[in-house]
Every structure is written in structure tokens, then in C-alpha cells.
Design a protein around this ligand. Structure first.
Ligand code: DX5
Ligand code: ZN
Length: 217
């Protein structure tokens, strides 16, 4: 299994964003996880494509964009053209446009991910599994960093990994929310292979923290 670490830039020091991206570049992470919130699908607003462009300019890591927005298909083009390497959106937001949104992401040569909130059944992603590069299991209610991990995510990861194996697919399972060394290990054992972490990695020394997570995986 290929294990990947995706620090969430939501937890970075935005007054020193250039420095933070350099530190991410210097660390042993795989992705920069970029959380986009619209104040509708989730209560808060974060940052959009305008803030992503300068990050992309200096980033040596792949950009893992997590769209927590309503009607995500409307914003796919601008994120894809501004350098997103992977675009993940929510099945609860795209609804009947889910298949179309995946195809649209692929039309830009970008990898597609589909996410489920904690209360959504993981089987909601099954109809799209053959087309996806990644499924993102939320282990907190999306919208804020720094929340506690919800252990209900573990069963969803297990069920999903089983289904992926049963179909012989190569789909990453990403987990996001309350991930630290302890919860990452539990999610790894359940079958996750991409780990988003915000507050745990940015508290203290990012490079050391990423290294500690790498060793654990
Ligand atoms: C939550 C975001 C997460 C968040 C994770 O809505 O999707 O990516 O930044 O932060 P921590 O690791 O602090 O829970
Ligand atoms: Zn996220």
C-alpha cells in the first residue's frame, strides 16, 4: 500500500504563507490539502482559487483540493486551470450531478475524489467507485479544523476498502478530521492510505511532525 500524508493548509500560519509552503516543500509530505469552504455547504468560509494560485506557484507538492461547497461543478474549471492535481467534492453537494462532476474533473486531466460527511452512508459512493481515484471519508463534521476524531469513520473505511478490493480497483481512501499519530494508525489498520492532518501537524515543528507520521505509516 502506498501511504500518503496531506497536511491541511487551513491550520497554517496565513500571515506567513510563503514560509509555510516552503516548510511543506521541505517536509516529507505528499500533498498539500487545500480546504475550500463557501459558507453555505459548511458554515464557515475559507479561501478560494485566488489564494491557491500563489501557493501553486511555489509548491513542490501536489495540490489536493477539498471542495466543501454547494454545486461544486461550477468551480471545477477554475481550480483545475489554476493547478489543482486532485479535486475532491461532496456527494451531498453534487447530488444528481455527481457522475457529471467526476467526468468534468477528468476532462481537465485532473484526478477526482468523492467525499462523504460523517452521517452519510459510505455506500453512497459505490455507484461511482469505478471512476474515482480517491474517496474521502470525513472523520469530523466538515467546516472547522481542530475537532475530535469520530471513530464511526473506521467502519466506513473498512467497508469501503473491502468493496474496493472486491472489485479489484486501485482507489485511495483518504481520511480527514482529527487525525494525529494515534488516530492515523487506527485508520491505517482499517484500510485508509491518505491522511489529512491540520492542527496535529502544524502544532510545533511541521517537518518533525510529518516525519513522525511517516515513520508510523
Ligand atoms: C475540516 C477540513 C479538514 C481540517 C482538518 O472541515 O476538511 O481538512 O483542516 O483539520 P484537523 O486535522 O485539525 O482536524
Ligand atoms: Zn479537508
Amino acid at each position: 500500500m502506498n501511504y500518503k500524508i496531506a497536511p491541511s493548509i487551513l491550520a497554517a500560519d496565513w500571515l506567513n504563507l510563503g514560509y509555510e509552503v516552503q516548510r511543506l516543500n521541505a517536509s516529507d509530505c505528499d500533498y498539500i490539502h487545500y480546504d475550500v469552504m463557501d459558507g453555505k455547504f459548511v458554515p464557515e468560509m475559507s479561501f478560494g482559487v485566488t489564494c491557491m494560485r500563489p501557493v501553486k506557484k511555489i509548491s513542490k507538492k501536489l495540490l489536493d483540493v477539498h471542495l466543501m461547497i454547494e454545486d461544486p461543478i461550477r468551480n471545477v474549471k477554475s481550480f483545475a486551470e489554476s493547478g489543482a492535481d486532485l479535486i475532491t467534492f461532496h456527494v451531498e453537494a453534487a447530488k444528481e450531478k455527481t457522475a457529471e462532476t467526476i467526468r468534468y474533473i477528468h476532462s481537465f486531466g485532473v484526478r477526482a475524489g468523492l467525499s462523504v460527511k460523517p452521517k452519510t452512508d459510505v455506500s453512497e459512493v459505490f455507484p461511482y467507485l469505478d471512476e474515482l481515484q480517491m474517496v474521502l471519508i470525513m472523520s469530523v463534521e466538515p467546516g472547522f479544523g481542530g475537532q475530535a476524531f469520530m471513530p464511526e469513520a473506521l467502519d466506513k473505511i473498512r467497508i469501503l476498502r473491502e468493496e474496493i478490493q472486491r472489485r479489484g480497483l486501485d482507489v485511495d481512501i483518504e481520511v480527514d478530521g482529527g487525525i494525529n499519530l494515534e488516530t492515523a494508525l487506527r485508520c491505517k489498520e482499517a484500510g485508509a492510505n491518505v491522511f489529512v492532518s491540520g492542527s496535529a501537524l502544524f502544532k510545533g515543528d511541521l517537518i518533525d511532525n510529518v516525519l513522525a507520521m511517516r515513520k508510523l505509516l
